[in-house]
Design a protein around this ligand. Structure first.
Ligand code: FEO
Length: 130
């Protein structure tokens, strides 16, 4: 295991928490293979699943914003677009060269958790809690 989902990551919404846990699973799948020098075996699948995950997860969060309505939705949606674009760029890089990319993808996923869930997603956690 590389990273664990903990209650501090909760945004007080069961569905969204479950989707975030899927992100942790993807990180751990890649991380555990990297520890045995096999990151290249799963990296394509991890990125494919990550893109599917992001599209589904971001759409679900954005539905939630419309339903509330969340005042920082526009900024948050922009962050989603940037993250999706970053995943697509990583996929393009992977088509050209796999060496060293596992480390870059793992760092990207870890930063995503730290910077997006714990700061950007936390914004609506507070909003939903009102
Ligand atoms: Fe959970 Fe805004 O992504």
């Amino acid at each position: 295991m590389i990273v664990f989902w903990e209650p501090k990551f909760s945004v007080n919404n069961k569905q969204i928490d479950a989707e975030h846990q899927k992100l942790f699973e993807l990180i751990n799948l890649l991380g555990s293979h990297m520890m045995t020098g096999q990151g290249y075996v799963v990296i394509k699948d991890v990125l494919r699943d990550l893109l599917r995950y992001t599209e589904k997860h971001f759409a679900n969060e954005e539905k939630l914003f419309k339903a509330t309505p969340y005042p920082h939705a526009a900024m948050h949606c922009l962050e989603h677009q940037k993250l999706t674009q970053q995943v697509r760029e990583l996929q393009k890089k992977l088509e050209k060269n796999t060496s060293g990319l596992s480390v870059e993808v793992l760092e990207f996923l870890k930063n995503w958790i730290e910077n997006h869930i714990l700061s950007v997603d936390y914004g609506y956690r507070e909003w939903l809690g009102k």
